[in-house]
Design a protein around this ligand. Structure first.
Ligand code: IVH
Length: 684
């Protein structure tokens, strides 16, 4: 009988691979990450305790082992060839290929057309996967075609590559050839993360794939997500070859090897021309970069008959599309202000045709990216435009820099104030972006600021949503949140899709929003890094808006959860006169809240508490009790509600006492109140 741990390990592997497949291939995660991690750790522990369990196809092998000193050389059993490339943009590429094939095969006009397989030319790195008895034993790069490098450890980190082929009767040897590539979304996500962390970004997905696979530390390789598509075979032993190329790819798919679905078979040049045109039209929408399409004679016996010229097969050709990267020169660097106030540097370029369109502007992302790429006005740069992603400058050609050297570009120096609104700009610690501080005032940030201001957790103006904000801003009716309070029924009724009833409702909501709390108001200002919880802490700590406005960095750091970055952001917000102006207008509009003075709040035992006095107390007059309560930071109100913390009841207390009992509010007598006040004195 097999030991329990063997059965458990096998079950864990099956389950983990099933989740891997759901997550990486189907994109439909089946269990929460934490649960997956638990299974994974259990398997790792089992394998550590029982080294005999540690097989090559265990999913634990996918996380990457120890760093290598270098890659071992691998001599390919069957050379890895390249294909002839046509760059014609029209149909002639397919037609001349078909003409050559027919001539070589001795077919003339009266013979039937040749059947072709057409597929994508993936833009990554060619890889040979060697399976022996169904198990992935080695992965290698193409190298010079004869000898490549052993990149097995890194290739194992690609979750879509099976570590074991899905078959009960595995071939003795099956070499699968294909391309390791990086999807565009994975590329963008990786770069965004790097940019955010101030780390180097990848130039393009192809470099990302190549760099990742040739990375000596497999754990680093594992952090750069790659994918794989098979497009052919190398050495094969003990596996009956299908009759055609397309059937071969179908067979690989059933073995669990990823094959791209964007492929066709068809007769003659016409089918190839149609495929070329179809893919050209959809190239931008593909989830990965391609640099062209590949045409192959479908029947393997005909491929054999056609053979090779030098190092290229006569039975295949690549037909390229226009490049997605081009050289051009930087005419100037402009700065654009985004919805959140971030200043984005944009290179103005000598117009260049790239990725199928003429590009005149390309993003430089932020100051760190400009510094890292060292882009200067006058430089020759590589511009990339792929998919629907906005064009970007990916590198500078330093050798072509004009002499004498142009100066480095610095956003803060060239734009000390916002190019849109003139407010001062800052770069907050730990942030890549330079930002305009005129959040309440800047036209570029208007819509964002208004939507935030009106939000449910902010001023809660029901009805002031996306569409309406668009209209109000675009018609110049509202420039800052303060203008909202000047809106009239007439103005609103003149807007699209605004019935009299909804206009009246909106006005009522605007009016109702004036009864605010200080915390809500602070949150509504949209100060960067000041969320709802921080706004509450600030309101509680400072008690009044003026105290907050006057607060220095040092004062702010006294507040719970406020660190240097938040403190800096608040100081900068109130240092901008435009913001103070808008805040003043909001107060003039009648927004109000209850403020508490400094003395009242000073760490009293009743700080933040609301009390109601009722009946006659034995020694204290009502006024005396009130003074004492307020001195301890508490508040005295006239009626009992759920928000009441204590009801202090004396002789002849009536309905308020009854109400307190009904709501379950704590009830004190004079002695109880005095003991609370004493504990206040003791606490200092
Ligand atoms: S077939 C003998 N098919 O293009 C033919 N290659 O020069 C072997 N490539 O670096 C290649 N997509 O990695 C073939 N669908 C595809 C391809 C493809 C990309 C790459 C391949 C190699 C180059 C061929």
């Amino acid at each position: 009988m097999q030991p329990d741990f063997l059965a458990r390990a096998a079950a864990l592997r099956r389950e983990i691979e099933r989740h891997n497949h759901a997550y990486y291939v189907l994109d439909q995660p089946t269990i929460p990450d934490a649960e997956y991690d638990r299974l994974f750790r259990e398997l790792q522990t089992l394998e550590a305790e029982h080294p005999e369990l540690d097989t090559l196809d265990s999913p634990t092998r996918r996380v990457g082992g120890t760093p290598l000193d270098g890659f071992a050389q691998v001599r390919h059993a069957v050379p890895m060839l390249s294909i002839r490339t046509e760059t014609d943009t029209e149909a002639s590429g397919a037609q001349s290929f078909d003409a050559r094939v027919r001539k070589e095969l001795g077919r003339d006009e009266s013979d039937p057309p040749v059947e072709y397989a057409a597929e994508l030319k993936f833009d990554g790195l060619a890889i040979n996967l060697r399976y022996e008895r169904g198990l992935l034993v080695q992965a290698s790069t193409r190298g010079d075609g004869e000898t490549g490098e052993d990149v097995t450890q890194n290739i194992r980190t690609l979750h879509t590559i099976p570590l074991r082929l899905k078959t009960g009767s595995p071939p003795a040897v099956l070499e699968v050839r294909g391309e390791a590539y990086m999807r565009r979304d994975d590329f963008e996500r990786y770069n965004a993360k790097q940019r955010e962390a101030g780390q180097p970004t990848l130039v393009n997905p192809r470099n990302g794939a190549a760099g990742s696979i040739r990375q000596l530390d497999p754990r680093l390789a594992a952090q750069r997500p790659l994918s794989f598509f098979a497009y052919g075979l190398g050495e094969v032993q003990g596996w009956p070859l299908p009759p055609t190329h397309s059937a071969t790819l179908d067979a690989l798919l059933t073995l669990g090897v990823p094959v791209c679905a964007e492929r066709i078979t068809g007769l003659g040049a016409a089918a190839l021309v149609a495929f070329h045109a179809d893919i050209a039209a959809r190239r931008d929408q593909l989830p990965f970069d391609i640099d062209g399409v590949v045409y192959k004679v479908n029947r393997l016996d005909l491929q054999h008959e056609l053979g090779f010229v030098t190092r290229e097969p006569r039975w295949a050709v690549a037909h390229k599309y226009p490049a997605q990267e081009q050289l051009t020169t930087v005419l100037g660097i402009d700065v654009q202000v985004g919805r959140t106030g971030a200043l984005t540097p944009v290179a103005r370029l000598t117009p260049v045709f790239v990725g199928g369109v003429t590009v005149t502007n390309a993003t430089l992302h932020n100051q760190d990216e400009i510094d890292r790429k060292d882009v200067r006005v006058g430089d020759t740069v590589i511009v990339r435009r792929a998919g629907d992603v906005i064009p970007e400058v990916v590198a500078t050609v330093i050798e072509r820099r004009p002499q004498p050297e142009p100066p480095r570009f610095n956003i803060l120096q060239s734009h000390p104030v916002c190019p849109v609104c003139g407010s001062h700009v800052v770069r907050l610690e730990g942030e890549a972006a330079v930002r305009c501080t005129g959040g309440l005032y800047c036209p570029a940030q208007r819509k964002q600021a208004l939507l935030h201001f009106a939000g449910r957790r902010a001023m809660d103006i029901d009805g002031l949503g996306d569409k309406l904000v668009d209209q109000l801003v675009e018609r110049g009716l509202v420039r800052t949140p303060a203008d909202v309070y000047d809106l009239s029924l007439d103005t609103l009724a003149g807007l699209e899709r605004m019935a009299a009833k909804s206009a009246a409702n909106l006005l009522a909501a605007i009016e109702a929003s004036k009864a605010a709390t200080l915390a809500r108001f602070i949150f509504a200002l949209g100060i960067r890094h000041v969320g709802e919880a921080t706004a509450k802490d600030l309101a509680r700590h400072f008690g009044t808006l003026d105290a907050l406005i006057a607060a220095t960095d040092v004062d702010l750091l006294q507040v719970r959860d406020v660190g240097p970055i938040v403190a800096q952001s608040i100081v900068q917000f109130f240092a901008e006169p435009h913001n103070i102006e808008v805040v003043g207008r909001l107060r003039d509009a009648g927004i109000r809240w209850t403020e508490t003075s400094g003395a009242q709040r000073s760490a009293g035992s009743l700080a933040g508490k609301t009390l109601v006095l009722t009946g006659t107390l034995p020694t204290l007059t009502r006024d005396a009790a009130k003074v004492k309560i307020e001195a301890a930071g508490g508040k005295v109100t006239g009626s009992v509600s759920k928000k009441t913390d204590y009801v202090v009841a004396g002789e002849e207390a009536g309905s308020k006492l009854a109400k307190a009992r009904e709501l379950g509010v704590a009830i004190l007598d004079e002695a109880g109140l005095l003991s609370l006040l004493v504990s206040n004195t003791n606490n200092g």
